[in-house]
Design a protein. Structure first.
Length: 199
């Protein structure tokens, strides 16, 4: 069994408003990500919210997703991941870590990553794709953390984040090359969002 942890607790300080609620093609960013994960067949889904949780929950209705709240999102992404891990099913064999500000990732990419993980359940799966700017492979999201490495997410220093986990000597990485450039695209500033609206 696989659980999805959708991280939507960021302060969105550069954007100036919750990125989870930005609109694209008639849906919020968060709705796009949740729908893609559902279409990939992941039944256990956790959305992690932060200080904007009242605003987000007033505008977004979960469709089977569980909600966790990170009371201290200033502690970084890893603190949000921990909140999600604590809420995910105890029977999970792995955790699909998704970002709420990546609404443009193709649903097929989620399916491909999950399918690849099913043959590499002892490895931490990271997708990568060619970056147009320099034609080099760049790692992106979503990643899958096997349950065997769950505890590392709680042992890692908060200031080191997931980088500490992915570079731990006990962790085996399985890279998967995908053709979807959206796995390395996110939206941090109003200019980033405007480029999406105009595309």
């Amino acid at each position: 069994m696989l659980s999805a942890i959708i991280l939507a607790a960021g302060e969105s300080s550069r954007m100036g408003r919750p990125k989870a609620l930005l609109q694209w093609r008639g849906k919020t960013f968060l709705e796009h990500v949740c729908a893609a994960v559902r279409s990939a067949g992941v039944e256990d889904r956790v959305v992690v919210l932060g200080r904007a949780s009242p605003e987000i929950l007033a505008a977004w209705t979960p469709a089977g997703e569980k909600v966790a709240v990170n009371l201290k999102p200033e502690n970084g992404q890893l603190s949000s991941l921990r909140a999600g891990l604590d809420t995910a099913s105890k029977y999970s064999e792995g955790y699909l870590v998704c970002l709420a500000d990546q609404p443009t990732i193709l649903p097929e990419s989620y399916k491909k990553i999950i399918g690849f993980w099913s043959y590499h359940k002892d490895s931490l799966v990271i997708p990568r794709t060619l970056r147009a700017s320099d034609s080099r492979l760049k790692r992106g999201h979503p990643i899958i953390i096997p349950a065997a490495h769950r505890q590392l997410c709680f042992e890692a220093p908060l200031d080191k984040g997931l980088h500490w986990v992915t570079h731990h000597p006990s962790v085996r990485i399985a890279d998967l090359e995908v053709s979807d450039p959206e796995i390395i695209r996110d939206f941090d500033t109003p200019g980033d969002y405007e480029s999406l609206e105009s595309s």
